[in-house]
Design a protein around this ligand. Structure first.
Ligand SMILES: Cc1cc2nc3c(=O)[nH]c(=O)nc-3n(C[C@H](O)[C@H](O)[C@H](O)COP(=O)(O)OP(=O)(O)OC[C@H]3O[C@@H](n4cnc5c(N)ncnc54)[C@H](O)[C@@H]3O)c2cc1C
Ligand code: SF4
Length: 504
């Protein structure tokens, strides 16, 4: 599969002639959601390079292209066909990361005409059931507890006497600044991979995609060496301000000081261990320029958030993919696919998502996700959009982030409060509002920032629940104390916007 490109896996340590490695491009993968064109191009290109590398290393490889005549376009039917053709007695599978594929393979294994052997992907730092093993009996395990345990288990950023480096576990208070207006962000490293052959094939096969692509200049890494180059580029040029500007948003760039290694990681071209090892090694010899707050913030994303959302996914599936705590049911406005909106924050975040198949965490959470939650979009629609549009989107990581963290559809499993904000947060962390058609200070009337009234509309419609949440108590009190006339005006403004979402 395209997310199993782990060259360091023990499978590849020796070349045994009787083994046949199989990689498949399939319609079941291109079509389960409408993907960004760059995403399919990058996955298929990385798979083809991986297959070539295996062949060069002396392995036998069967590569099924999407347009191969014998390709049934289904993983399990292809497996049946291959078992029949090769008379293979044994099939070895790497444990898939997505529940959908896992179920498909488990069911197939029950009736398969061969012995089926399961193998760990040897990629993650934890096992699927880590939450139950570490925190059994506790109904709610917050990420910070998980993260501290991970620090202790791995020894990352720990002193010899078992204390967190610098005396604190988390240095977020020193991070998360707005980007100064005159700040020059280094240009991101972009590759120029020619994937036009794959693009032509997608055209011929009429694969439906979204977003823009330049098939002669695909910017994403498609080989392990490119993935490592991107990682080194990040560590040497971006780590210095990673945490400081992690939450900042600007129209002057599209990835700021972010690593953009999620695609390389999620395809397994690089491992979380090598990412963290390399970053810490660099920090140790550059402490005069890279502060502890920067490296700790980065390590937390990899050994904390990434492993944690995976653990939540496997603990909660399959129910997790249908939770809808607030019973939201609205569709996403069309501008999620066109960026055709007057709201500068959404326009920029969506435009760059269509251009690069990428938006950074705060754009995903506090712009597109925030807006979807405030308008009451159905989490199914929101999930489908995130799962399609981003280069790094695989369900095990997309679903907990979208349904859980961003839409609070799990009722607080992953986040302790809904991530919602009015325009003031976006103004505080971005340069968007200065160039917007709407006025961020205005709550009602012409050109009032839609985030403002929609925010209070959300508070009002979920008031009973939110007032019971200690982290929302202050804000619900504020709403309670407002004059009725004020409240009425805000709700009317929000209703007006909700009725004309496509025009915003
Ligand atoms: C609504 C929503 C949907 C998301 N969908 C995905 C997704 O489909 N795939 C995906 O990999 N990430 C997803 N994320 C998490 C995060 O936004 C991306 O991992 C990150 O933006 C990738 O860019 P980067 O490599 O530049 O990350 P950086 O900001 O540079 O962070 C470094 C790495 O840390 C890891 N990381 C950081 N935050 C998270 C997180 N919350 N969950 C898991 N890993 C994290 C990633 O591997 C990332 O590459 C989503 C977040 C939100 C709010
Ligand atoms: S004014 Fe409102 S809509 Fe416009 S950019 Fe700011 S937050 Fe977004």
């Amino acid at each position: 599969m395209g997310d199993q490109l782990h060259a360091g896996h023990s499978w590849y340590k020796s070349t045994q002639d009787e083994r046949l490695f199989v990689l498949m491009e399939m319609r079941q993968e291109t079509d389960y959601v409408v993907h960004h064109r760059q995403k399919i191009l990058a996955f298929f290109s990385a798979m083809r390079h991986f297959a070539d590398a295996l062949t060069t290393a002396g392995h036998r490889v069967l590569y099924l292209q999407l347009d191969a005549p014998d390709n049934t376009q289904s993983l399990t039917e292809n497996l049946n066909w291959i078992v029949e053709q090769t008379t293979a007695k044994d099939v070895h599978l790497q444990q898939p990361d997505e529940y959908r594929v896992d179920q498909q393979l488990q069911q197939w294994a029950e009736t398969a005409n061969c012995a089926v052997h399961w193998h760990d992907s040897e990629h993650f730092l934890t096992q699927r059931d880590v939450l139950d093993r570490w925190f059994s009996g506790k109904s709610n395990t917050i990420m910070e507890h998980f993260y501290r345990r991970m620090r202790k288990e791995t020894g990352y950023l720990m002193t010899v006497d078992g204390k967190p480096e610098g005396g604190q576990w988390n240095y977020d208070k020193e991070n998360r600044e707005k980007l100064p207006r005159d700040h020059d962000i280094p240009q991101p490293l972009c590759f120029a991979n020619d994937v036009s052959v794959i693009d032509t094939m997608l055209e011929r096969c009429e694969v439906k995609t979204m977003g823009h692509a330049e098939p002669r200049k695909l910017i994403w890494p498609v080989t392990r060496s490119q993935a490592r180059e991107l990682l080194s580029f990040f560590i040497e040029n971006m780590l210095i301000h990673f945490g400081r500007y992690q939450d900042a948003m600007t129209t002057d760039g599209w990835s700021l000081y972010h690593a953009r290694v999620s695609f390389a990681l999620n395809t397994k071209m690089i491992t979380p261990r090598e990412v963290v090892d390399k970053a810490i090694e660099y920090w140790r010899s550059h402490q005069d320029t890279v502060s502890l707050a920067q490296i700790e913030g980065f390590v937390r994303q990899i050994i904390g958030w990434r492993e944690y959302v995976r653990a939540i996914y496997w603990q909660r599936m399959p129910d997790y993919e249908s939770v809808n705590h607030f019973n939201h049911n609205r569709e996403l406005p069309d501008f999620y696919w066109t960026a055709n909106t007057k709201m500068a924050c959404l326009q920029h975040s969506i435009n760059q998502s269509l251009d690069y198949a990428y938006a950074h965490h705060i754009q995903r959470l506090m712009v597109t996700g925030n807006f979807a939650l405030l308008i009451g979009a159905h989490p199914d629609f929101v999930d489908r959009w995130y799962l399609g549009i981003y280069i790094d989107a695989l369900q095990w990581v997309e679903l907990p982030n979208t349904r859980g963290m961003s839409q609070y559809a799990d009722g607080g499993v992953l986040a302790t409060k809904p991530y919602i904000s009015s325009g003031s947060y976006i103004q505080k962390m971005s340069h968007y509002c200065n160039d917007c058609h709407y006025q961020v200070q205005r709550k009602v009337g012409e050109k009032a920032c839609p985030f403002n009234s929609l925010y209070w509309h959300f508070i009002d419609r979920h008031f009973d629940e939110l007032s019971r949440n200690p982290r929302m108590a202050l804000i619900t009190k504020q709403w309670e104390k407002r004059a009725d006339a004020d409240k009425k005006e805000l709700i009317q403004q929000a209703n007006h916007y909700l009725e004309s979402l496509e025009d915003l």
